[in-house]
Structure formats: C-alpha cells, structure tokens
Design a binder for this molecule. Sequence first.
Ligand SMILES: Cc1ncc(COP(=O)(O)O)c(C=O)c1O
Length: 418
Amino acid sequence: MDSDALHATVVGQYQRHVNPALAKLMAFAGFGVEVQGEGCWITDHDGRKFLDCLGGYGVFSLGHRNPTVVEAVRAQLDRMPLSGKAFFNAAQGALAEKLASLAPGDLEFTFFCNSGAEACEAALKFAKGATGRAKIVSTEGGYHGKTLGALAATGRSKYRKPFEPLMPGVQFVPYGDAEALAAAVDGETACVIVEPIQGEGGIHVPPDGYLASAREVCDRAGALLIFDEVQTGLGRTGTMFACEHEGVAPDLMTLAKCLGGGVMPIGALMGTRAVWDKVFSENPIAHSSTFGGNALACAAGLAALEVVERDGLCARAQVMGGKLVAGLQTVRAAQPELIAEVRGRGLMVGVEFAMDEVGELVVAQMMKRGVCVAYTLNNPRVIRFEPPLIISEAEVDLAVRVFGEAVAETAELIAELV
Ligand SMILES: Cc1ncc(COP(=O)(O)O)c(C=O)c1O
C-alpha cells in the first residue's frame, strides 16, 4: 500500500469505527499516520520526520524505543508476559521495591494498574476507605483523568457536565491558593488531590510553600494528601518527583505515563503502610486489576527507572529545560503582544498566548515545520513543550527556531485578518 493509500485507509477506519468527530479534527489539522519512533523523532506515513516536543503528553521521557527498556520487555516477553494470577510475580515485587526506595516520605507500598486515570481512581477510593470520609478537595484546572471517579475530581466543567451526576462530595479551589485550600479542608475531608505542577491546567508552578501548606492543612484535619505525579514524576521537572522541590511527602502518590519507559502502559498508586492497612487488612482484594502489575509492564518500569538514574536524566531535564526556557523567552521578547508568558520547571514547559486560538495556529505551523507540540487539555491558550529528557542541545535549538518561525507566521496571519 502506498503512503497516501495508507493515510486514506486509516483516516477512513477512524471515521467509521473509532471516533468520527476526532477523525475529522485530526484530518483537518493535517495529521499523518505515525509509522516509527526513534529517540526524539517520529516518522509518519510519508517518511516525514517530526521532532517530538509533545512526548506523548509526558510518556516519552526516555525517547522512543529506548534500547534498555525494549530489551527488558523482549526478555520478559520470551519468558512470561502476563501473570497467571495464582502465582507471585517477580517483576511486580522488584518494581514495587525499587519505587519504595525512590519515593519521598513513607510511601512503601504500590498498587499497579494500567493508566493515570486508574491510578487516580484508586487514590480517591483508598482515601475514602482509609479515612471513612467522603469529601474530596481538588483544584480548578486540575486534571486527573476521564473515568467517572477521576473525572469527578478533574477541574474543568466542559468534561464533567455531560456526564453528571458524578461522584458527589468534590469541592474545587483555585490552584496555588493556600488560603482557599485551608478554608475548604475540614474534619469531613477524606483527601486533597493536587498536582505538584498543574499540567493540563496550563503548566502552572505553584507559589513556594503551597505544597507544604497543603501538607499542614491535611495533617490538621486528619485528611490524606494525594500528589498526582502522573505527568510530573520520574525526572520530568528536574527531580525524580516534583514534590521534592518543596521537600514535601504525600500519603498517596500516583504515577503513570513515563513509568513504562515509553514502551509499555502502566499506572501506579503508592501509599503508606497506614493507608494500606486500612484498605487491605480485612480484604486483601479490596482493590485489584487483572492486568495491573503485569510482568511486561513491570519489566519496562524497572528498566525505565534504571535508565533515569544511570543516564542522569533528572539533571539533564534541568539543564535542557533551562536552555529551552531561555530560547522561548527570546521569542517572547520579539513577540510580546502575542506571547503572555513562558513558564515551567525542567522539561515541563508551557507558553501562554495573549489571545484564544493563537495556540492552535502556532501548533499547526510547528507541525508543518516538523516539530510536534500540543496545547494543554484544560487550557487551550497554553501550548506545552514536554520533549524526551534525552533531547540534545541541537534539538532544543531546532525547537526554539521553529517556534520562533511559527509565531512570526501566525502574527502575519493575524495581521492580515484584522
Ligand atoms: C496529572 C494527570 N493525572 C492523570 C492523568 C490521566 O492519565 P491517563 O490519560 O493515563 O488516564 C493525566 C493525563 O494527562 C495527568 O496529566
């Protein structure tokens, strides 16, 4: 099948059998069919290469097809990919032990699942079960997934409204506002769920002391603190976990995205012995998942953590993130009326535009020039740069140059329209 025929076939299949509205949107934006990934690059059906500065929303911290992870998964595939369920699974035990050695505070235990939303579902459920309370405090703009429980705690009504009523008892407070958080948490509160840096809300770094005050407020009320590190975890922000920037540890912490090394899907909920005792002591299968903790995903996770440590990817995220932000700031200085702010930490970087719709145009211009980015789900005014942490200096320079060209062309287009 030639490349055009392949594209037409896949778009047609999406239209007829996957999601017609999404197919229309993606085809209109000119998206191709991905064929291969290697390092920081994706090749499409036409043989066009794209520098992946979206990184699968944070999945590809190690790049595409990291050889160490691929090798670990291959070896496991040849032995036993999925669990027979009646046996102990060595890969699951090893990954849980490794995570406990890396995690902040007293997070000794891990429940494994298959996605970020599932990890957040489990976190909310465990908090309710462990405290016997029903109230949940979340943040406006926060994103925890689209399954019913996680959706109830996701801070954008556009996603919630059509599916209400959802899980009751969730209250939203403005992100980064310690006083509003303190006012919302009381003796009825099971938990506060918060991202240490808000990702889909628009890459918001909270004010210094915010996470520490969330910790204090929860301790005072006997509520549990959940950090959702699904997007920020494992080096993305320049430390293994983003909460390390403030030295604050939660009672529960969710991980997913890059935990599978960009090769396997996996989600994880980490928690303290106190929580695990409450949830599991009377019923060891109070929460479970058929595929959660499967050997293939856990082998990928173990290899991914090995690579993050071995290759010093936390430090690399800091250095390359600094370079990327500095480059994007020069573009902002040249286009101050279009770009409101450049912000972020490590290689989790957002650019906020001064007007709606500019982000979409810039994304399209960048894709046209072979650099892949996207806007944040809860805030389309912000486009995010989340490239693999292995990105080179030359690739950062390329991303910045293309961003500058895309913004300049967008400015010209807007000038023609007004
Ligand atoms: C912070 C955070 N939590 C949870 C999720 C949901 O993860 P998933 O899409 O794997 O269900 C996401 C996804 O973007 C996320 O960024």
